[in-house]
Design a protein around this ligand. Structure first.
Ligand code: ADP
Ligand code: MG
Length: 250
């Protein structure tokens, strides 16, 4: 891989809590992400997935080690500067969608543009464009309570990509969804990586998501313990089927 990483963690250590409750959540993690790929971060509960995602997304700062976003080190930056990096380069998706219940789908996406100073007609047009792109062109005025879980998560995806970040970080994006909606969201994330040339990192322990990945990184007890590349050229449902058949055959 000769492509320059868009997001990098180097020897990242993170201590959380204090005194007797102190936990070393990350024990020296190295990870580099490039554009055009969907990477899955898999590992048991408590292994440090959310902590790593938060550090890569500049929500948390490492106790030691280095994070680089588009080649720029984040060490020593002020909270305001980190917020600026987040707004410019990173989109977030959460398990529980985190939509504003009193705003429509369109308004939920417009908010993400508002915070980067894009307002008015152009922002409305951009919000509509990304919602159409995720297949919700006919749901623009719906409130979250009038959308299915899968649709709400697709609004969250639209919101995450509205400002055209180079990186999208998703924490268990399919955990609250049924099979069909989970597959739709993963297919969408894979497409966002490929067609829009973004780097997408999704934390998951959902084996249904495997077929969509270019790369799977495994974390255990605060350390990266393995990594594999997934076969290219097969479409995801075929891979999912293969996995199922393999399991059925023992
Ligand atoms: P995962 O997302 O893989 O389930 P986390 O990154 O949330 O794991 O947590 C990693 C470890 O850090 C766990 O042992 C967890 O209990 C601990 N932890 C997470 N947040 C805190 C905190 N604020 N204070 C102390 N320990 C924490
Ligand atoms: Mg977690």
């Amino acid at each position: 891989m000769t492509q320059k990483p868009v997001l990098e963690a180097e020897n990242v250590v993170k201590e959380l809590g204090k005194g007797a409750g102190k936990v070393i959540a990350l024990k020296g993690v190295n990870l580099a992400l490039v554009k055009g790929e969907l990477t899955l971060l898999m590992g048991p509960s408590g292994s440090g997935k959310t902590t790593l995602l938060s550090i890569l997304g500049c929500i948390l700062t490492p106790t030691s080690g280095t994070v680089r976003v588009e080649g720029e080190e984040t060490t020593g930056k002020s909270p305001e500067e980190l917020a600026e990096i987040r707004r410019k380069h990173i989109g977030f998706i959460f398990q529980s969608y985190n939509l504003f219940p009193t705003l429509s789908a369109l308004e939920n996406v417009r908010i993400a543009l508002d915070v980067i100073g894009r307002k008015g007609y152009q922002a409305a047009q951009r919000a509509e464009e990304v919602l159409r792109d995720v297949g919700l062109g006919n749901r623009l005025k719906n409130y979250p309570s009038n959308l299915s879980g899968g649709e709400q998560q697709r609004v969250a995806v639209a919101r995450a990509i509205a400002a055209s970040p180079s990186v999208v970080l998703a924490d268990e994006p399919t955990a609250a969804l049924d099979g069909e909606n989970g597959h739709a969201v993963m297919a969408l994330l894979a497409r966002i990586a490929k067609e829009q040339n973004r780097s997408v990192l999704a934390v998951t322990h959902d084996p249904r998501t495997l077929g969509y990945a270019d790369r799977v990184v495994r974390i255990e007890d605060g350390l990266i313990v393995g990594e594999e590349r997934r076969p290219k050229g097969l479409d995801a449902p075929e891979i999912a089927d293969l996995t199922k058949r393999r399991k059925a055959n023992g």
